[in-house]
Ligand binder design. Structure first.
Ligand SMILES: Cc1cc2nc3c(=O)[nH]c(=O)nc-3n(C[C@H](O)[C@H](O)[C@H](O)COP(=O)(O)O)c2cc1C
Length: 266
């Protein structure tokens, strides 16, 4: 099959999924790359049925072994017409459980034909310098693997004559999927003495849950605990202070420090 353009479609609050997708695109080696960043609250999904000769790479982080609820909501208006897709999940070195299967199934429901899949590792959203969990990932080695994966995918695509010849993608995971994480009210807090009210937290929040005037206000029911505001704050004024999440970070640091490697299904 002829592929002349690549579209990267992703939800990536702390940027690791985006980085992995860019690494994969590098390996695919086609110059015409278009980004459809679905991270912001005002991002709109569009029908993608006009795409010809395109390969779509769809990426999402893993939240509690599943796709974040917002991925399902934001991606649901994509309407593809048998466009080949590469499905990719990025997780924080614990497990990806049913997330890759869920993304593969979702892509099929939207009209894509999933051709290949991958599970990569990204720095955990709850990692800090004191409690590292996959800090700095995806690193150089991960991005080399992402590029090699991209090269493998394009080789596979050029070997396929027509869409019907694509063998159905099989990825790990169980259906029914594991139960989704119940939503918990709460959010990171702002340390007033460090905060300059620069507004970065509000800009990067994928839920538009933060308002900055003289102080920073966060809607605890809208917050999805993605930690984009914590990671992006230029003065380290945002911290995740919810006891339950601090305990999770401690547990992950103690139990999920052994380096996992990306898995790909070409
Ligand atoms: C609410 C929430 C739940 C998460 N659940 C998992 C999980 O089940 N397994 C895991 O390994 N990482 C988990 N993570 C970590 C993210 O999957 C990981 O940090 C990912 O790289 C974030 O992607 P992004 O940088 O594109 O936002 C979770 C993160 C958040 C915020």
């Amino acid at each position: 099959m002829k592929i002349s353009s690549v579209k990267l479609v992703y939800f990536s609050p702390t940027g690791t999924t985006k980085k992995v997708l860019e690494g994969i695109a590098g390996g695919i080696g086609i110059e015409d790359i278009d980004h459809m960043d679905m991270t912001r609250q005002d991002a709109r999904s569009k029908p993608l049925d006009h795409l010809t000769d395109a390969l779509v790479v769809i990426g999402a982080p893993v939240y509690a072994g599943r796709l974040p609820g917002d991925v399902v909501k934001r991606f649901k208006h994509f309407k593809a017409q048998n466009t080949p897709a590469v499905v990719v999940v990025v997780y924080g070195n614990r497990e990806y459980e049913d997330a890759l299967l869920e993304l593969s199934d979702l892509s099929r429901d939207l009209g894509f034909v999933p051709v290949s899949g991958g599970a990569f590792i990204g720095e955990h959203s709850y990692a800090t310098a004191d409690l590292p969990i996959a800090n700095g990932r995806p690193d150089e080695k991960d991005l080399e693997k992402a590029a090699a994966f991209g090269a493998g995918v394009i080789k596979k695509m050029t070997g396929i004559k027509k869409g019907e010849d694509i063998t159905p993608l099989k990825v790990p995971g169980n259906f029914p999927y594991k139960q989704a994480m119940p939503s918990v009210s709460g959010s990171p807090i702002t340390l007033a003495d460090l905060c300059t009210t620069c507004g970065t937290c509000a800009e990067v929040c994928p839920k538009a849950a933060i308002t900055v005037n003289d102080t920073v206000e966060t809607d605890p029911d809208l917050c999805i605990k993605c930690c984009a505001c914590v990671k992006e704050c230029p003065t380290a004024a945002r911290i995740m202070d919810i006891p339950r999440f601090k305990d999770v970070a401690k547990w992950l640091n103690e139990n999920c420090s052994h380096r996992k490697e990306p898995e790909v299904f070409i």
